[in-house]
Design a protein around this ligand. Structure first.
Ligand code: SAH
Ligand code: SF4
Ligand code: F3S
Length: 437
């Protein structure tokens, strides 16, 4: 009998990537082999994102392609997971005959059962959400040097534009014991770097009976022997405390990189977004973090064209980008999401204006970063090797402590997971190039 293959499309954030790994582990335990394409796959999962309209629209176009394949191979099983699945539930089954099952964001916790039911020929939607506790049993991971570890699920912040609280439920943390055990187990399999995941890691621990917060958790993870680096996403500025700053500074494995999404530089827009901080408060936290860790680098998310955003509001965002000096920014056109508070506001910034604003924001960031690039050459930086391709001019690749991509060459034969010093000789926007020293 020939082996069965699976294929998982992953959209959205690191939460979905983590869930994809859990689904993959369960399929592989049954003998399924990963495939590079849907064409020869027997089990397909679309792990979806609904944070903006565009990724959601993509799902339907993929389903159209899969329908043609399934006409030729009716035994093929097609599942939809993630945030669109959570949002649409039963409707997805009714409207898309090609779909065998719909699993919501919490169904991953009983993935074995879901796969059994699908293989038994059942058509179903499981979108129940359990916000009482959060536990993830151990699962097999692919050989990795850097791995994600989910520390909490859900979000209680209800930013007015955002669908995440509706599709991921209330905030619930995993126990520190479970997290530490997962990190230790990953390290025993060769992992050197973990990224702790949550929609708002700074509110970690609030639902746990044991008194623990995110800075405490960082200190615990920092003690795991054999682990070299710790990253985390995402931090909400309103909950980013002085204690966090000192925890980052004092725990030597924590990378000197902070993703702190500002979203807008205008206080009026921040208020309408229900972000619960002002630009001035945000800036103060950035300055404090820089005072304690002068080498720290920052990145941020921005939304342009939020309802009623004026030129003046947008200029405040441009001004913030200039003042803060980000290493990198992620920016998106505002997209109206059903069920959110902002859905009732008129989406009154024309698409053309949104796109112009988005372009000028990226142009500004690029020009600021280009000015910074020369200062990055001639310096030595520590890189954890996560990729090797002998055919390339710079065969080794990895990130440094500041989350910058570094490609380099060496006289020696180096291995995955080695941490080495690299002298940067050429700094480009997307990657730094150098030689191991
Ligand atoms: N919990 C994280 C990330 C959530 S989603 C945080 O609070 O930062 C990732 C990013 O998508 C957000 O930071 C925001 O910039 C963007 N986003 C969320 N909803 C959006 C919407 N309706 N339209 C456009 N961008 C959106
Ligand atoms: Fe969405 Fe705000 Fe929660 Fe982030 S903090 S997931 S932007 S509601
Ligand atoms: Fe998207 Fe869901 Fe993540 S909406 S951004 S996949 S939490």
């Amino acid at each position: 009998m020939s082996s069965k293959h699976y294929f998982i499309y992953t959209f959205g954030c690191a939460m979905n990537e983590y869930d994809t790994e859990r689904i993959a582990a369960s399929l592989e335990a049954r003998g399924y082999i990963p495939s590079d394409t849907v064409d020869d796959s027997d089990f397909i999962v679309l792990n979806t994102c609904s944070v903006r309209e565009k990724p959601q629209a993509k799902i339907l176009s993929y389903l159209g392609q899969i329908k043609l394949l399934k006409e030729k191979r009716p035994d093929m099983i097609v599942g939809v997971s993630g945030c669109v699945a959570q949002q649409e539930g039963d409707k997805f089954l009714k409207n898309n005959k090609v779909v065998n099952f719909v699993m919501g964001t919490d169904a991953v916790s009983h993935i074995d059962d879901i796969i059994d039911r699908a293989l038994n020929g059942e058509r179903f939607a499981d979108t129940e959400v359990d916000s009482s506790s959060f536990s993830i049993s151990s699962f097999n991971r692919k050989d990795k040097i850097a791995a994600n570890v989910t520390i909490m699920k859900g979000c209680n912040n209800f930013c007015s534009y955002c669908i995440v609280p509706y599709v991921r439920g209330r905030e619930v943390s995993r126990t520190p014991e479970e997290i530490i055990n997962e990190v230790k187990s990953l390290v025993s399999k060769g992992v050197k770097e973990v990224c702790l995941l949550g929609q708002n890691v700074n509110s970690y621990g609030r639902n746990l009976s044991k008194k623990i917060d995110f800075p405490d958790l960082l200190s615990l993870v920092n003690k795991v022997e054999g682990l070299e680096r710790i990253r985390f996403v995402t931090s909400h500025p309103k909950d980013f405390s002085d204690k966090m700053i000192y925890a980052m500074a004092e725990n030597d494995k924590v990378c000197r990189y902070l993703h702190l999404p500002l979203q807008s530089g205008s206080n009026q827009i921040l208020k309408a977004m229900n972000r619960r901080y002002t630009y001035e408060e945000y800036k103060e936290k950035i300055l404090k973090a820089r005072e304690v860790m002068p080498d720290i680098e920052f990145s941020s998310d921005f939304i342009v064209g939020f309802p009623n955003e004026t030129d003046e509001d947008f200029n405040a965002t441009l001004n913030a980008v200039k003042e803060i000096g980000y290493d990198r920014i992620f920016a998106f056109n505002y997209s109206k999401r059903p069920g959110t508070k902002a859905f009732d506001m008129e989406d009154n910034v024309p698409a053309k204006v949104k796109s112009e604003r988005l372009n000028s924001l990226f142009e500004l960031q690029d020009s600021l970063y280009d000015k910074k690039l020369p200062s990055l050459t001639g310096i030595k930086t520590e890189v954890l090797i996560t990729d090797i391709n002998e055919d390339k001019e710079f065969p080794y690749y990895g990130l440094n402590m500041y989350n910058r991509k570094v490609a380099f060459s060496s006289d020696k034969s180096l291995n995955y997971g080695d941490t080495v010093n690299v002298l940067i000789q050429n700094a480009r926007r997307n990657c730094l190039y150098g030689i191991e020293v």
